[in-house]
Design a protein around this ligand. Structure first.
Ligand code: CS2
Length: 490
């Protein structure tokens, strides 16, 4: 029997929460680049709550730079989709009405620029993943070799990449006397607002120098910390959404109950009342961001490499393994010890909650998904806390073990000997650097020599290097699973 497709809020079964407003009565105020599962489980949900509580023309026009799937499914459903929340309290579905439509920029680049230039748009949000910007975070500058950056520097009036689109649309807005928008980066990058600002300004100086000072003076780039564990949706997600809502919804997402958003309140031309959805506005996001990147994301990366290599497909399976759960707890405490105190936050309690979230038996989060893009994630998640630990006279071993697990992952085979793709933008470079290497020391030397990844405080620190080599040796000699057990004595 075929069931009808979701196209109107009233299509869904009673018991499914619907938007507390009539979506079509609200205009758009936000463009969001990167409408994937995370955006749909996070910023779009806060925006939905804000419109329901305070009204306003704040619906979202999505732009996807590469994929066309989201545009195809969401536009067919008038932007509606169900958010399935799974946790101890059970499972629930809620219909989200804040997305108006999605533009697939590969098919329609002009529509993407038009949307960004629309005077109604006051905020441009971003969840495009770390690698999409084309930034060199250590230099706070663009990476001119990044493919999208390089292409957009050649043809800056018809851009296709993130920085190119932002700069060109700001240039056009200025030419027409339209106010600039606020750029709201929601990717897990350190100091994400200031970092994207420096990338935009660097790009503008090269591609549109006549507006670079104007951007520097008039565009706000608030930093944010975003958090909600959201696995990539699967057929099971869609089946469950169908069962709960009674309609066909190809855009459904599944997520955990926990959600957090900390934002700097420097919006120049207004913003939705996101606090009504639970967002926290603070003067300085950096300490929250550091806590989350080092404790949550750092432990996530470590458990992803160790778990994936030792045969655990899901985060919850890693947590069900006693030795690995110990290793995760050790990592979380070591990361907490590198942080400056943060008023109102008990790191021990935050860490304990992370353990509970990682164990959530109702969320199937793949270790292979988290293991992706290691070179883009290591600095903020593992290397900066390692450096801090060394500076503070703390034991760097937990971070060295985590880094060794990434290095072992770079070898491209699991404990069982199965080969896999690294799924990293620097995969080819890593593979050729490691060609023929099989000893821990040698692998570590070669990977520590990759340009723009390690700071000298680590790569030239003998204590650090010997901890990494010894952890990696154990993994190569015993296998990752046994090395992890030996590491924590369980
Ligand atoms: C994860 C994050 O895939 C990853 O690298 O560590 O996506 C993580 O699930 C989110 O940051 C949680 O907020």
């Amino acid at each position: 029997m075929s069931i009808r497709r979701l196209t109107r809020p009233e299509d869904v079964a009673a018991g499914v929460a619907r938007p507390g407003y009539i979506p079509a009565r609200h205009g758009v105020g936000i463009v969001h680049l990167g409408v994937g599962a995370f955006h749909k489980a996070h910023q779009a949900v806060y925006t939905d709550a804000a419109i329901a509580a305070k009204g306003g023309d704040w619906r979202i026009v999505g732009i996807n730079l590469r994929s066309t799937d989201s545009a195809d499914t969401l536009n067919l459903q008038n932007g509606l989709y169900s958010l399935v929340v799974r946790g101890e309290e059970g499972v629930s579905a809620r219909l989200i009405g804040s997305l108006a439509r999605v533009i697939a920029a590969v098919r329609n680049p002009a529509a993407a620029l038009d949307a960004l230039c629309d005077p109604a748009i006051r905020i441009v949000g971003l969840t495009v993943t770390e690698k999409a910007y084309g930034l060199d975070p250590s230099a706070g500058a663009i990476d001119p070799a990044h493919s999208a950056v390089a292409a957009d520097l050649q043809t800056p009036r018809t851009p296709a990449g993130v920085l190119g689109l932002i700069v060109e649309s700001l240039r056009r807005r200025r030419g027409k006397g339209v106010d600039p928008f606020t750029v709201l980066c929601c990717d897990n990058l350190p100091q994400n607002g200031p970092l994207v600002r420096s990338g935009v300004l660097d790009f503008a100086r090269r591609a549109a120098p006549e507006v670079s000072d104007w951007i520097a003076e008039n565009v706000a780039f608030p930093a944010t910390m975003v958090d909600r564990i959201t696995p990539a949706p699967t057929e099971r997600t869609l089946d469950e959404a169908r069962r709960l809502t009674g309609v066909e919804d190809s855009a459904a997402v599944v997520t955990e109950p926990f959600s957090q958003w900390v934002i700097e309140d420097t919006f120049l031309t207004g913003r939705p009342a996101w606090e009504t959805g639970g967002a926290l506005f603070v003067a300085d996001v950096a300490p929250y961001e550091q806590m989350k990147l080092r404790m949550l994301n750092g432990a996530h990366s470590m458990l992803a490499y160790v778990g994936f290599l030792s045969g655990h497909a899901l985060v919850r399976d890693v947590m069900a393994d006693r030795a690995l759960a110990h290793l995760v707890a050790r990592h979380i405490s070591a990361a907490a010890a590198t942080l400056a105190p943060l008023e109102g936050i008990d790191f021990a309690q935050y860490g304990a909650e992370l353990g509970t979230r990682f164990r959530n038996p109702f969320i199937a989060h793949e270790t292979y998904q988290i293991a992706m893009d290691g070179t883009q994630k290591l600095p903020q998640r593992l290397l900066q806390p390692a450096e801090a630990a060394l500076r503070m006279g703390q034991d760097p071993r937990p971070f060295a073990f985590a880094l060794a697990a990434w290095m072992r992952y770079c070898c491209g085979t699991t404990d069982k000997g199965d080969s896999f793709a690294l799924r990293d933008p620097r995969e080819a470079e890593i593979r050729s650097a490691l060609d023929g290497a099989c000893q821990g020391d040698d692998i570590s030397d070669r990977l520590h020599a990759l340009p723009n990844l390690f700071v000298p405080a680590l790569s030239r620190n003998p204590h650090w290097r010997s901890e990494v080599s010894s952890a990696l040796d154990a993994m190569l000699r015993l296998g990752v699973s046994a090395a992890a057990r030996a590491e924590v004595g369980v």
